[in-house]
Write a protein that binds this ligand. Structure first.
Ligand code: GDP
Ligand code: MG
Length: 289
């Protein structure tokens, strides 16, 4: 059996979360057209008779402007070094030179597969240009072209990954799709709704913590805190007469029920924590280790 660890890396919006979701055929990482929605390392475990591949999604590359961002950068570096192979994913329509500059700067010790994504949105010439461009780079041990959204070349892609994995015993039970707690995914689903429902500022100022997760016979009770930095942000999330929080609650509930495949009862609370993003203790409490 081929067994190993694979890390997915690339600029924001390259399609890392989408690729992971497509591979796992489950909604594991949240997907959003806005950048920086993936703050944590998310692992998906793909187990078949012939292989077990453990995937990590990494946050996009961002400036260490806040402490939070420094931690995100640490997560990127850590995750890239402890894998059998790194997937450097690029949007085929992006500035390839710029992607190359970032990939080169990583000075990877692990072999890398350059994954050229979104080929459903590019001409054959453009795709060939990207393949030719990356195949000359020293970090690029292999390149594959895919479309994460439409699943084009998924098999080819998996076979390319398997070339780099050692033989071994599986690390995880076949039943596990992820070693992360369901709570975490639930919090991510609420955060995804915050991205959808609120303007530019709010999503980056808010985090979600699931405090209660009680499974009863037919219903799971979930309570979550939405942490913001200012009273004014709390007011926006609540909305006039609680209109927005109600909507957020309804939409989050549907999304969570869809993920868990069971009925839930969801309670959301909004809490103000001044400058949580610059506070080490809170960052730890909210799961940014
Ligand atoms: P991440 O920031 O790298 O995790 O990127 P996401 O997975 O969140 O994807 C960013 C955006 O690109 C989303 O709107 C996706 O739907 C879109 N996207 C990802 N892969 C593809 C693809 O293969 N084709 C097309 N057309 N869009 C894609
Ligand atoms: Mg992502």
């Amino acid at each position: 059996m081929k067994v190993g660890f694979v890390n997915i890396f690339g600029k924001p919006n390259a399609g890392k979360s989408t690729l992971l979701n497509a591979l796992m055929e489950e909604k594991l990482a949240i997907v959003s057209p806005k950048v920086q929605t993936t703050r944590h390392r998310i692992k998906g475990i793909l187990t078949e008779n012939e292989y077990q591949i453990v995937f990590s999604d990494t946050p996009g590359i961002i400036e260490p402007k806040y402490k939070l961002h420094e931690k995100m950068m640490d997560a990127v570096k850590n995750s890239l070094e402890d894998a059998d192979v790194a997937l450097l994913i690029v949007d085929v329509n992006e500035d390839l030179q710029e992607c190359d500059a970032i990939f080169s700067a990583l000075k990877l010790k692990v072999p890398a597969i350059v994954v050229i994504n979104k080929i459903d949105r590019a001409s054959q010439e453009k795709i060939k240009e990207a393949v030719d461009f990356f195949s000359g780079k020293s970090y690029c041990k292999r390149s594959v072209t895919i479309s994460a959204t439409s699943g084009i070349n998924k098999k080819k892609f998996i076979n390319a990954v398997l070339e780099f994995l050692p033989e071994g015993e599986p690390f995880f039970d076949g039943e596990d799709i992820s070693d992360l707690q369901t709570r975490f995914f639930v919090a991510e689903l609420v955060r995804e709704k915050i991205f959808e429902l609120f303007g530019d500022e709010i999503p980056y100022q808010a985090t979600v913590v699931v405090n209660e997760f009680k499974e009863k016979n037919t219903l799971t009770k979930i309570a979550a805190d939405i942490i913001v930095q200012r009273e004014s942000q709390k007011a926006i999330i609540l909305g006039e007469g609680g209109k927005m929080i109600k909507r957020l609650g309804t939409e989050s509930r549907k999304s969570i029920e869809n993920f868990l495949q069971q009925k839930i009862f969801l309670e959301l609370f909004v809490k103000v924590r001044d400058k949580w993003r610059d506070n080490d203790t809170w960052l730890k409490e909210y799961g940014y280790h």
